[in-house]
Every structure is written in structure tokens, then in C-alpha cells.
Design a binder for this molecule. Structure first.
Ligand code: FES
Ligand code: FES
Length: 146
């Protein structure tokens, strides 16, 4: 299959049953995409597929032929600095997924994002350390001027 990952052309022949999360981590060594559950619950594996957030453990790698993928390694956005400033992380395991989900909700809702909606949208991203307050504040701050 041929696809674009973080702006780079990639050609690969993954096994038919390989998950996108495994493909990114094991074949492309893009280990910023984490795997916390493999059952589509934790959100640590969230990436952007053709511009939309998806849980990469719920997508087969072979289904990504011809797509445009973005992982946390391809992101350079002020949401990252805002997450640090608002203490939106501790161990960081969930953080890439939260940022990819946060960027997606900012793209979809823009200035209509309020804290209640951000909390609802983060339902699919589980953080075991930090609580969600800092993440919500970071996403809210960045959504104010899009
Ligand atoms: S590893 Fe994909 S949702 Fe948890
Ligand atoms: S910061 Fe540790 S799991 Fe979220």
C-alpha cells in the first residue's frame, strides 16, 4: 500500500491483520502513538486519518492505502505548549492521544467549544494520572482564537 505519514510518502506491505497502531509503532517506529488497551477505549492511540481523529487500534493498517495520516510526531501546534502550561499531563502516556483528540475537536467546533463540550468530547481518552482539568483548560484556551 501507499500512503502519506506526517507529510512523507510511505510504501509498505503490512500483514492483513496488523492494526494501524502496530504498524505505526513497529513498522514505522513512530512510538509517540501509544497503546493502552487495544480495545478502542483509552484513546492513547489516537491519530488523524485524512484529517479526522481515529483510534488507530480500531483500524487495520491495510485499510489505510491511499490515506493521509498524521501522528503526534507530525504535530507542531501551540496546544502542546498550552498542555504544559496548564499542567495537562503527568506521566504523559495519554498525552499524544489527548492532543490529537483536542486538535480534532478544535477543528470541528472552533470557538463554540466550551468546557462542558470539551469534557464530553474527551470521554474517549482515559488519563490515569492527572485528572482532566488542565487538559480542558489547555484545549479551551487554544480554541478561543481559531
Ligand atoms: S490503545 Fe487504542 S483506544 Fe486504547
Ligand atoms: S498523564 Fe499519565 S495517563 Fe495521562
Amino acid at each position: 500500500m501507499k500512503l502519506t505519514v506526517n507529510g512523507q510518502a510511505v510504501q509498505a506491505t503490512p500483514p492483513a491483520r496488523m492494526l494501524l497502531s502496530e504498524f505505526l509503532r513497529e513498522e514505522l517506529r513512530l512510538t509517540g502513538t501509544h497503546v493502552g488497551c487495544d480495545t478502542s477505549q483509552c484513546g492513547a492511540c489516537t491519530v488523524h486519518l485524512n484529517g479526522e481523529a481515529v483510534k488507530s487500534c480500531s483500524v487495520l493498517a491495510v485499510a489505510c492505502d491511499g490515506t493521509d495520516l498524521c501522528t503526534i510526531e507530525g504535530v507542531e501546534h501551540r496546544l502542546q505548549a498550552a498542555m504544559i502550561r496548564h499542567h495537562g499531563l503527568q506521566c504523559g502516556f495519554c498525552t499524544a492521544g489527548v492532543i490529537m483528540a483536542g486538535l480534532d475537536m478544535i477543528r470541528r467546533h472552533g470557538t463554540a467549544l466550551d468546557r462542558t463540550l470539551i469534557r464530553a468530547e474527551l470521554e474517549g481518552n482515559i488519563c490515569r494520572c492527572t485528572g482532566y482539568h488542565g487538559m480542558v483548560e489547555a484545549i479551551h484556551e487554544v480554541s478561543r482564537d481559531v
